[in-house]
Write a protein that binds this ligand. Structure first.
Ligand code: PLP
Length: 406
C-alpha cells in the first residue's frame, strides 16, 4: 500500500484554508460533495483557455481535441471500475440522472405487476424514480428492512423475491448510516432469482475499490462531484446486452444514426443515451480527478478514512447524550448523530459558528428517518484530506455546543 499523508494533500486544496466565522474551517460534508484539488481546477481553466469547442460534430482541431479529451475520460472510467468496454460507460449529469435513465428506459421493458426491490436506506434518488415508474407502468415496489445497527437483513431480502421480481436497486454505501451493503452477495441472490441489480455507488466510488465485474453489478452509478471531480457530470455503467435492449432515454443530437420523417435510427452505444452537448469540459476534468485519486491509492485513502472514523467515533463517546445512527461492522466514514433531543439544525448552526461544516437534515432519506423515528441527523463525513486535527477541532466544538443544547 502507498504511503499516505492527508496533511501533504492540503496545499492542493486552497479552499480548505478558508476561515469561517473567524475560525479555521473544518470541512466534514464530504458525503454531499468533496472538494476538488488544484489539478482538477487547472484542467477546467485549461479547457476554457485552450480547447473549448463542441465535441463530436467538428472536423476542426479544437473540436477534435475536445472530443479526444472527453473520450479519454470514458476509457479512464472503464478501467477505473473494471468495465469490459467503453460502450458500457454512459455519461450523465450524475447519480440521480443515471438512475432516472435506467428507471425510464429499462422501465419501458417492464409490465404491470413486475416487481422492483429497494432498501429502506436508499437515497430519494434511488426511490422516487422507481415510484414514478410504478405509477407509469403499474410495477410494484418492495422494501428491504434493516436491523438496529443499520445492516440489511439478507434473510428478509431473499424472501422478497417472486417470479415477478425484475430488478434490485441498492446503495453500495448508505449516505446516512455509512453501512457498506453486501452488494456482491445481493447480486448473486438477485441473479439466482432471474433479476438484475442496480448499485448506487455515489458513496462508495471514492472510498473503496470498485470492480463492477467482481460485484456482479448490472448497472453501477456515481457522481464526479463526490470523488474530487467537477460538478454536473456522472456515470451510468450498464452491461452491454442490457443497454442494447433498452430504448433511448432522451432524443436529440448525437444519439441518432439517421433522422428522417419516415423514421429515425439510434446511434451505437454509448451515444444512444447521450443526447445533446455533454459537459465535455467537466468530463475532461473528471479524468484528472480519477488520476488524482488513483495516484493516492484508493486502499490507502480507505484506510486513512477508516482510522479517522474510529478516532472520531471513539472521541464522540466523550460527549454526554450523543446518539450515533449506524454502527454496522465495517461501515464507511460517515457519522450521523444527534445530541440528546436537540434539533439537528440547531447543532449544525452552532457548529458552523465554530467553523465546522457538517450537513444536517434528512439527507434525502426520509423513509430511513421514519424507520429511525427521527426527523433528521447531523452528519460528519470524511475524505482523503481530513486530518486528526480536523477531528480534534470537531470534538472540541461538540464539547462546547453540547451543554448549550441539553
Ligand atoms: N445516492 C446516494 C447514496 C447519495 O449519497 C447521493 C447524494 O448525496 C445521491 C444518490 C445523489 O447524487 P447526485 O445528487 O450527485 O445525483
Amino acid at each position: 500500500m502507498k504511503d499516505f499523508s492527508a496533511e501533504a494533500l492540503l496545499p492542493q486544496f486552497p479552499i480548505l484554508e478558508r476561515r469561517i466565522n473567524g475560525r479555521r474551517m473544518v470541512y466534514l460534508d464530504n458525503a454531499a460533495t468533496t472538494q476538488a484539488p488544484l489539478a482538477v481546477v487547472d484542467s477546467i481553466t485549461g479547457a476554457y483557455t485552450s480547447t473549448r469547442a463542441n465535441v463530436h460534430r467538428g472536423v476542426h482541431t479544437l473540436s477534435q481535441e475536445a472530443t479526444a479529451a472527453m473520450e479519454a475520460t470514458r476509457e479512464r472510467v472503464r478501467g477505473f471500475i473494471g468495465a469490459a468496454s467503453t460502450s458500457e460507460i454512459i455519461f450523465t449529469r450524475g447519480t440521480t440522472e443515471s438512475i432516472n435513465l435506467v428507471a425510464s428506459s429499462y422501465g419501458e421493458l417492464l409490465e404491470a405487476g413486475d416487481e422492483i426491490i429497494v432498501t429502506v436506506m436508499e437515497h430519494h434518488s434511488d426511490i422516487v424514480p422507481w415510484q414514478i415508474l410504478c405509477t407509469r407502468r403499474g410495477t410494484v415496489l418492495k422494501v428491504v428492512p434493516m436491523r438496529p445497527d443499520g445492516s440489511l437483513d439478507l434473510g428478509v431480502y431473499r424472501s422478497l423475491f417472486t417470479p415477478r421480481t425484475r430488478l434490485v436497486a441498492v446503495a453500495h454505501v448508505s449516505n446516512v448510516l455509512g453501512t457498506v451493503n453486501p452488494v456482491a452477495e445481493m447480486a448473486e441472490i438477485a441473479h439466482a432469482n432471474g433479476a438484475l441489480i442496480l448499485v448506487d455507488g455515489a458513496q462508495a466510488i471514492a472510498h473503496m475499490k470498485v470492480d463492477v465485474a467482481a460485484l456482479g453489478a448490472d448497472f453501477y452509478v456515481f457522481s464526479s462531484h463526490k470523488m474530487y471531480g467537477p460538478t454536473g457530470v456522472g456515470v451510468l455503467y450498464g452491461r452491454r446486452e442490457l443497454l442494447e435492449l433498452m430504448p433511448p432515454y432522451q432524443g436529440g443530437g448525437e444519439m441518432i444514426g439517421h433522422v428522417s420523417f419516415g423514421g429515425t435510427t439510434w446511434a451505437e452505444l454509448p451515444y444512444k443515451f447521450e443526447a445533446g452537448t455533454p459537459d465535455y469540459i467537466g468530463l475532461a476534468a473528471f479524468r484528472t480527478a480519477i488520476d488524482w485519486l488513483d495516484s493516492l491509492g484508493i486502499e490507502a485513502v480507505a484506510e486513512h478514512e477508516h482510522r479517522l472514523l474510529e478516532y472520531a467515533t471513539g472521541r464522540m463517546t466523550e460527549i454526554p447524550g450523543i446518539r450515533i445512527f449506524g454502527t454496522a461492522p465495517g461501515k464507511a466514514a460517515v457519522i450521523s448523530f444527534l445530541i440528546g433531543d436537540a434539533h439537528h439544525y440547531d447543532t449544525g448552526v452552532l457548529l458552523d459558528h465554530l467553523g465546522i461544516e457538517v450537513r444536517t437534515g434528512h439527507h434525502c432519506a426520509q423513509p430511513l428517518m421514519e424507520t429511525l423515528g427521527i426527523e433528521g441527523t447531523v452528519r460528519a463525513s470524511f475524505a482523503a484530506y481530513n486530518t486528526r486535527a480536523d477531528v480534534d477541532d470537531f470534538i472540541a466544538a461538540l464539547q462546547r455546543v453540547a451543554p448549550m443544547l441539553q
